[in-house]
Design a binder for this molecule. Structure first.
Ligand SMILES: [Zn+2]
Length: 125
């Protein structure tokens, strides 16, 4: 596999992981909402039963949600940075015409824009 294909794979990998982590952030936010709803439910407990379990469960859920959202958000940001780095490396691998600076293909011997003779570095296997 060429280094270009490997980099493409790295970009895809980082993108996929980042997307999964954003789902965890969303799940964390949902847990916060459920927890807060449960805790506030405790205040309006009209039956007169002890509302402590509601408050405790709600608070625990809310804290869990906050921790999940922050942790997942942080790791997602790390993968986003990795993805940006891989994409920058990928860009460097795209050959440019030495004369006009336009993007050219490895297969071409002449620049299709200005006709300059192209000398490509050997493809890595
Ligand atoms: Zn050119």
């Amino acid at each position: 596999m060429s280094s270009r294909e490997l980099l493409l794979q790295d970009v895809e990998d980082a993108r996929a992981k980042e997307n999964v982590l954003w789902i965890y952030v969303l799940a964390g936010l949902v847990i916060i909402i459920v927890g807060v709803t449960l805790a506030s439910h405790a205040e309006t407990n009209w039956i007169g039963l002890s509302s402590r379990p509601y408050l405790q469960t709600g608070a625990v859920l809310a804290i869990l949600g906050v921790v999940t959202a922050i942790a997942a958000g942080y790791v997602a940001a790390v993968y986003r940075e990795k993805k940006t780095k891989f994409m920058a490396q990928l860009k460097e691998l795209i050959p440019l015409c030495p004369s006009c600076g336009k993007e050219v293909s490895f297969e071409l011997k002449l620049c299709p824009y200005c006709g300059e003779k192209l000398v490509h570095p050997k493809k890595k296997k």
